[in-house]
Design a protein around this ligand. Structure first.
Ligand code: ZN
Length: 276
C-alpha cells in the first residue's frame, strides 16, 4: 500500500529510483501500474524529451520521462490521466497528476518565449532558463473558481456539453487578469446562468491537473435573477432539491465535495472531508 508522496526537485544524474513515462498518449503502465524501475525504463526504446526528478514516494525518488511520442514497450500500454483518476489509487493519481503538470510545462518551455533559443533545465529549482535573456520560466498554475450556488434546500447545478451524459455539476471558470477571486466568481455565475449571488464563502481548494488548474471552491447564496443558460457553454441549468439530485461528478472532485458538504449541512449529517 503506497501512502506518502512529497514533491521535490531531484538531480537526474543520480542513479536508481522509480520513473513514470508520459507521452501524448498518456502514461505507460503494465499489470503493476505506472511506476517502473527507472533503470529498466531507460533501457527501453523511448524518445525522451526531458527528464525531471519530481519527488519521493514512500522515501524512494521518482522521476518523470517526458517523451516526444509514445512507443511500443513489451507488456505495456498507454493510458490517459483521467483513467488513473477514475480507476486507480489516489496517491498514484497524485504522483501522475503532478508528473503531468511538470511534463506539460517541460514540453511547452523547451524554447525561450522571448528570443526563441533553447532553454536549459535549472538544477535544484523547478525552472527553465534562457541565459541571453536571463529569463526563468516556472510551471504555470491557472486559478479557477468553482462555486455551488444555494437557495435554501435547493442548489444550482448545470451541464456543459463536454460533460458525461446526465451529469450535473457546479459552475466554474478561470480568473482573468485584474480580477479578485470574488470578482471572478460573480462574473462567471452571471455569464453562465445570469444569476446574482451574495454571501460568498470559501470552502477549500484542489489541484486539478487538466492541465494545470488550482480550483478554489466556494459556496454562494442566491441573490436574484432567473436562470438563462449561456449559449455554447451551458446546455442546461436547474435548481435541484438536496433530497432529489441528478447524477453528480466523481467522488474525489472538489465539485462533488462542495455539493456533499451542503447536502450534509441541510440534512444534519456529518460533513465529508475534501480529498487532498
Ligand atoms: Zn531568451
Amino acid at each position: 500500500m503506497i501512502s506518502r508522496w512529497t514533491t521535490a526537485v531531484l538531480d537526474t544524474n543520480q542513479p536508481g529510483g522509480w520513473a513514470v513515462a508520459r507521452s501524448p498518449e498518456g502514461f505507460l503502465f503494465d499489470d503493476n501500474g505506472a511506476l517502473f524501475s527507472r533503470e529498466w525504463l531507460k533501457r527501453q526504446d523511448l524518445s525522451i524529451l526531458a527528464e525531471h526528478g519530481i519527488g519521493h514516494l514512500d522515501g524512494e525518488p521518482v522521476y518523470l520521462l517526458e517523451l516526444l511520442s509514445h512507443s511500443d514497450v513489451p507488456g505495456c500500454n498507454w493510458k490517459g490521466l483521467r483513467a488513473f483518476m477514475l480507476e486507480g489509487d489516489h496517491t498514484v493519481f497524485k504522483v501522475l497528476g503532478y508528473a503531468a503538470q511538470i511534463g506539460t510545462w517541460a514540453r511547452e518551455h523547451r524554447f525561450c518565449g522571448n528570443c526563441g533559443q533553447a532553454m536549459t533545465q535549472v538544477t535544484r529549482e523547478r525552472a527553465m532558463y534562457c541565459e541571453p535573456c536571463d529569463l526563468r520560466s516556472y510551471p504555470r498554475i491557472s486559478p479557477s473558481m468553482i462555486v455551488l450556488v444555494t437557495r435554501g434546500d435547493e442548489v444550482l447545478l448545470a451541464r456543459s456539453p463536454r460533460f458525461v451524459t446526465g451529469i450535473y455539476s457546479t459552475l466554474a471558470g478561470f480568473a482573468e487578469p485584474g480580477e479578485s477571486a470574488e470578482d471572478c466568481l460573480i462574473r462567471e455565475v452571471r455569464e453562465e446562468v445570469q444569476i446574482e449571488v451574495k454571501n460568498i464563502q470559501y470552502m477549500g481548494s484542489q489541484c486539478w491537473p487538466f492541465p494545470h488548474s488550482m480550483m478554489l471552491g466556494f459556496h454562494a447564496e442566491y441573490a436574484g435573477g432567473e436562470i438563462v443558460c449561456q449559449e455554447d457553454e451551458i446546455e442546461d441549468a436547474q435548481w435541484f432539491n438536496v433530497r432529489d439530485l441528478p447524477p453528480l461528478p466523481a467522488a474525489r472532485s472538489i465539485a462533488r465535495y462542495l455539493i456533499d458538504v451542503y447536502v450534509a449541512r441541510r440534512s444534519g449529517h456529518a460533513e465529508p472531508v475534501l480529498p487532498g
